[in-house]
Design a protein around this ligand. Structure first.
Ligand code: SF4
Ligand code: SF4
Length: 372
């Protein structure tokens, strides 16, 4: 209870995000993921009673249900069932590789408030990591969604690797005219170590700087490009938010197909992540369950914006202390790049060219983790 009071003093209670695995299976095998889970770890079909899931979610006044996997659209029957039971009561989000969108009933995409399509930028980079032909299929999915009348937030979700030119790839995705927002995550910690530091200094941080300059110049002209990490940094600057920013273990939990309630959808094998079990756990009250993330950041002056970046990285330290510090350096530079232009953004807002509402994003936790 004390933790809850402490947290509520930091920022007001918002909605609870439930990341619901519909399956552990995937029809792709992307390099940084590996595809289908061992069914002993994440069963391919939910093994719990759907009533227990619905009952838990319905207790929240404001909830977001994000369908996740594996590839969630491999289990459209489960999705339809959840949608029919919770429609009108919650917001829905779908994270998908986009390959199966034409095969499911329109009710699934049309009920979504946000759809995140996995795509890494230009064709060559996307296909190298996600499989030959995937880029074209994802674009076809995005066009199909627009044609069918999907009016929600369409987000390109990138994984940034050593082949990523962040400026080129983000702008390529915007120039397609299909996506409302582009978000990226760095391929760090859960992958094998690679030349991250050299790439960050030689390419990535320059690209972030260029993107930020373009983003702020556009704001000064009265338009806001939907670059999710930049908008998220502004949101944290204005409103604060959970720690880590994705909400893992506080405002966000993942429900595995075996009914385990986890702090983070990546931490499927880690005991620290298990918060309860469907059918047994009656309430998920937003509370800071991992205060050590704040303590471990040791009074870092970026904490209010960064929030410790990622609970999984913090707990697991798979790249060691030095790797963690390198990622922190990149995070700080990214935050500086945006907040260093704050005066210009303030002026644009004060002159009525744009509003903070337009700049700040996301409006609800739609699984965009904010800090890349
Ligand atoms: S930059 Fe690093 S030390 Fe600072 S708040 Fe973020 S994760 Fe913690
Ligand atoms: S950002 Fe980290 S803690 Fe949050 S959901 Fe992703 S892996 Fe888990």
């Amino acid at each position: 209870m004390w933790n809850a009071v402490k947290r509520l003093a930091i920022y007001p209670k918002t909605e609870m995000l439930y990341i619901v695995f519909t399956t552990g299976a995937c029809n792709l095998r992307c390099s940084y993921c590996g595809g289908t889970f061992d069914p002993h770890l994440v069963p391919w079909w939910p093994t719990y009673e759907i009533d227990d899931l619905v009952e838990l979610i319905e207790r929240d006044e404001e909830a977001v249900v994000a369908f996740y996997g594996g590839e969630p659209l491999l289990n459209p029957w489960f999705m339809e069932d959840v949608i029919r039971r919770l429609r009108g009561k919650v917001r829905f989000v779908l994270q998908t590789n986009g390959t199966l969108i034409r095969r499911v009933k329109p009710i699934i995409p049309l009920e979504m408030d946000a759809i995140l399509l996995s795509i890494d930028g230009i064709e060559e980079v996307t296909d190298k990591y996600r499989g030959k032909g995937v880029y074209k299929v994802v674009l076809d999915a995005a066009r199909y969604l627009r044609e069918m009348g999907f009016k929600g937030d369409m987000i390109a979700r990138m994984t940034a690797t050593e082949d990523t030119d962040i400026y080129r790839d983000v702008m390529h995705l915007f120039n397609l005219g299909l996506f409302d927002h582009v978000h990226w995550q760095l391929n760090v910690v859960w992958s094998e170590r690679w030349g991250f530091e050299g790439w960050a200094d030689g390419s990535y941080l320059h690209g972030v700087e260029r993107l930020a300059e373009l983003w702020v110049s556009r704001i000064e002209e009265g338009s806001v490009l939907g670059i999710a990490p930049f908008q998220g940094i502004i949101k944290r600057y204005l409103d604060g938010g959970p720690n880590p920013p994705c909400g893992a273990g506080s405002d966000a939990v993942a429900i595995s197909t075996d009914g385990r309630i986890l702090a983070c959808p990546i931490a499927l094998e880690e005991g620290w992540a298990v918060l309860g079990r469907l059918g047994e756990t009656k309430e998920i009250w937003p509370v800071e369950r991992y205060p050590e993330i704040r303590e471990g950041c040791g009074g870092c002056s970026y904490f209010r914006i960064c929030g410790g970046r990622c609970l999984y990285t913090f707990k697991e330290r798979l790249w060691g202390r030095e790797g963690f510090d390198t990622i922190c350096r990149v995070t700080r530079r990214t935050i500086d790049t945006i907040l260093g232009r704050l005066n210009r953004i303030w002026k644009a807002v004060e002159s009525g060219l744009v509003s903070w509402e337009e700049i700040s994003y996301p409006k609800f936790n739609n699984t965009v983790e904010i800090i890349p």
